[in-house]
Design a protein around this ligand. Structure first.
Ligand code: NAI
Length: 414
């Protein structure tokens, strides 16, 4: 008998997620809003999985009441809106879509390289206001210029490829050794990159090391007349020092998409000391905000849900030990989350012997709090063994995935 899980999608998640999940045989309801917590509490009783974006807060008390949930999907990048550790301790993996908007950010960077080089923002504003500043002064092609990429990860590497196609020379700095793409060349030190680049674009995560990474000292290292782009995180740049470098005309302009403090909604006023400065492009954290990215996010989390429900895979989860066991044809699988305490595996193994089960394959991953085990056994023993494992005092959650439920996941995975 195939199991039909019930999934609730909130906050106007892209409809492609609902379509994909329904194609996999799940029952999916989609709402445009984020219900208040009282209503949500009641609603969740009818569902096995929940999909949210950034508005719906899932805190520990709500998780306690919704401990039957099998998983939560954040159809966005950030996962701060969910209490991740309490979710894990209740056996609820949380998924997100960290890389679905990579290309959108990279495209905006390319657009801004040209826009800064041609002072497009200022020319556009002046023309709207009735001005006519036809001049080639200070307007340059990007071809042949050097682009310095700080952080050569998903976005940095995409920018690298696109920029080379436009004739830029690419250099990069990363704290991890990264394979250079195309003709890009690594720099051993950030200072080296800064002193050689006509454009510096930041693509690092928010960490203690990247906080205030670009301050007065770094701006001084940058070439006179060069440009800075920050579409990464607001904490990476000291805005006051950037303003000074612009006012002193050491930098010829910048494009900033992320800020140390950002308005919490579109209704709140945005204030920044960068406002009103020439050749400064300011955007409201829209680097990754495209319709394509929203659709890609919908597909990515829908796929994570499907793989999790049909195979137990947690490899796309942000709060759970990662387990991704390849499927054995015709085997049923038992997935078990347990408290990571001494002796628990011994208990599971003695139940395997007691039930006379033959383990066809298994994978276990643990962290300091929980262990996550996927075990494949022959069908005859699966149900009784799964029930026994589920009754162990240290089991948090145990689920039997019949071989019948696995089939379309295998198709998706190939
Ligand atoms: P990623 O994790 O793929 O790449 C980050 C790279 O930075 C890694 O290669 C890492 O080794 C490197 N790195 C870490 N610390 C460093 C340091 N101190 N110095 C030099 N390199 C360092 O991340 P991804 O997806 O490329 O994202 C990059 C940034 O872009 C993140 O901060 C992310 O939040 C932001 N972002 C912004 C968006 C927007 O709308 N503006 C949308 C999507 C991501």
């Amino acid at each position: 008998m195939k199991k039909s899980y019930r999934i609730l999608l909130l906050e106007n998640i892209h409809p492609v997620a609902q379509e994909q999940l329904q194609l996999q045989g799940f029952q999916v309801d989609r709402r445009l809003d984020s219900p208040a917590s009282e209503e949500l509490r009641g609603l969740l009783r009818g569902y096995d999985l929940l999909g949210i974006r950034s508005k719906t807060e899932i805190r520990a008390p709500l998780l306690e009441e919704a401990r039957h949930l099998l998983g939560i999907g954040c159809f966005c990048i950030g996962t701060n809106q969910v209490d991740l550790t309490p979710a894990k301790e209740l056996g609820i993996p949380v998924f997100n879509a960290p890389y679905s908007n990579t290309r959108s950010v990279a495209e905006l960077v390319i657009a801004e390289l040209v826009a800064l080089s041609r002072q497009l923002g200022d020319r556009n504003l002046q023309a709207h206001q009735g001005g006519w500043l036809k001049s080639a002064d200070g307007a340059r092609e990007v071809r042949g210029k050097t682009l310095g990429i700080v952080g050569y990860g998903h976005i940095g590497t995409q920018v690298s490829i696109l920029a080379e196609a436009m004739g830029l020379k690419v250099i990069y700095f990363d704290i991890v050794k990264k394979l250079p793409l195309g003709n890009a060349a690594p720099c051993a030190h950030l200072q080296d990159l800064l002193s050689r680049s006509d454009f510096v674009t930041l693509h690092v995560p928010e960490t203690p090391q990247t906080k205030d990474m670009m301050s007065e000292r770094e701006f001084r290292k940058m070439k006179k007349g060069s440009f800075l782009l920050n579409l990464s995180r607001g904490t990476v740049v000291v805005i006051g020092d950037l303003v000074r470098a612009l006012k002193e005309k050491h930098l010829a302009g910048c494009a900033i998409d992320v800020f140390p403090v950002e308005p919490s909604s579109n209704k709140e006023k945005f204030v920044s000391p960068l406002q009103g400065l020439p050749n400064v492009i300011l955007t409201p954290h829209v680097g990754g905000s495209t319709e394509e990215a929203q659709s890609a996010i919908g597909l990515e989390v829908a796929e994570s849900f499907t793989r999790f429900l049909k195979t137990g895979s947690t490899s796309a989860s942000v709060n759970f030990p990662h387990v991704d066991l390849p499927l054995t044809p015709n085997a049923d699988r038992i997935v078990n989350v347990h408290r990571n305490e001494p002796g628990v595996l011994g208990e599971i193994n003695s139940l395997v012997s007691k039930n006379g089960a033959n383990i066809l394959a298994q994978q276990l991953s643990t962290d300091s709090k929980v262990g996550y085990l996927i075990m494949e056994v022959e069908r005859a023993e699966a149900e009784a063994l799964s029930t026994d494992i589920g009754k162990l005092s240290r089991s948090i959650r145990t689920r039997l995935i019949s071989h019948l439920d696995q089939q379309s996941a295998a198709t998706w995975a190939t």
